[in-house]
Design a protein around this ligand. Sequence first.
Ligand code: NAD
Ligand code: DAU
Length: 358
Amino acid sequence: MIIVTGGAGFIGANFVLDWLAHSDEPVLTLDKLTYAGNLENLASLRGDPRHVFVQGDIGDRALLDRLLAEHRPRAVLHFAAESHVDRSIHGPEDFIQTNVLGTFRLLEAARAYWSGLQEAEKSAFRFLHVSTDEVYGSLSPTDPAFAETKRYEPNSPYSASKAASDHLVRAWHHTYGLPVLTTNCSNNYGPYHFPEKLIPLMIVNALAGKPLPVYGDGQQVRDWLYVKDHCSAIRRVLEAGQLGETYNVGGWNEKPNIEIVHTVCALLDELRPRADGQRYATQISYVKDRPGHDRRYAIDARKLEADLGWKPSETFDTGIRKTVLWYLDNAEWVARVQSGAYRDWVATQYGAPDGAAA
Ligand code: NAD
Ligand code: DAU
């Protein structure tokens, strides 16, 4: 079996659902259920004997030791993190606590567990660390896309904390021989994306008749990948990645933010036109820029493509249409996230939030 940390969040939940759609190998999801963790994302696995959910913190060493000893995973896939750049600017401490200290505790627990395994299990074990392109810093319009050899130049508290975690993972391999793999991915989008991030925020605000806040001049460039393509890349790296290596994951889809917002508006005009006949783009509102806002990210994914034969399945056009349709079809999920009702899910669905539930 495998352990997935952060599996109730956006990418982690997509990963767990896709994993169990592709394989019968059981998954234990360990998630603290912060504001970003939503067990409703995994509701379709309720009662599925292949899935165990444990509410807990990756910083809780005793819990980690117990879970590893009891469940004896062949891999730990580490998604859990504080992930929102704007929150990291307002309150960096949680980012240091989870992304740096939490990753350290998880590495130490994994190392202790791995050290005690028999030779065959020991060499098969993997610790896969899910990281971000933001560790590389910001590109000018003419710079080449980020290769794995690019110097780390993180600019926000979030990216600095992720960079620190990447360095810890690297060091645990180099010093202790822990069999690690690291992926650095570009901006994801798709189902279950928490509506504090650009694409889901634009969809839900547009539908609610609210302003669509575009930071600064809207010309910042991000490189977008449909979340399920990120999941397939992680599965491939787990299966065939070289120990100690890092793999950049991206879909060659660089777009300025304002273009993304116009694309979302145009899709909504087509799929759910406004009652008053106006276009959704009339709701666009330019607002104060994010402090230290990185101008451009772009991923060079050639290593993953050439060495491991991975390719994304979705183009931006197909992925963004699926995403907008998902939000239109899942208005209740959106409403429960917005009202905060999703946070009652553990209690209503599982009784007292005491930890383990399948
Ligand atoms: P998210 O914020 O949606 O989910 C994070 C999950 O981690 C939540 O379920 C949360 O409850 C859980 N969590 C937070 N702190 C925890 C702790 N101390 N112990 C246990 N669980 C904890 O994030 P996401 O967008 O799904 O990102 C997942 C991972 O992928 C992160 O490591 C992030 O850095 C990385 N990443 C994200 C993107 C992106 O575009 N979203 C791109 C590249 C890499
Ligand atoms: O690049 C990978 C990273 O992508 C991940 O590591 C992060 O976890 C993830 O949150 C994401 O970071 P970004 O800061 O790029 O994503 P966000 O959706 O917050 O913003 C995308 C761009 O849109 C960014 O340039 C800021 C801008 N933006 C964002 C919001 C929320 C706006 O213009 N208006 C907004 O309201």
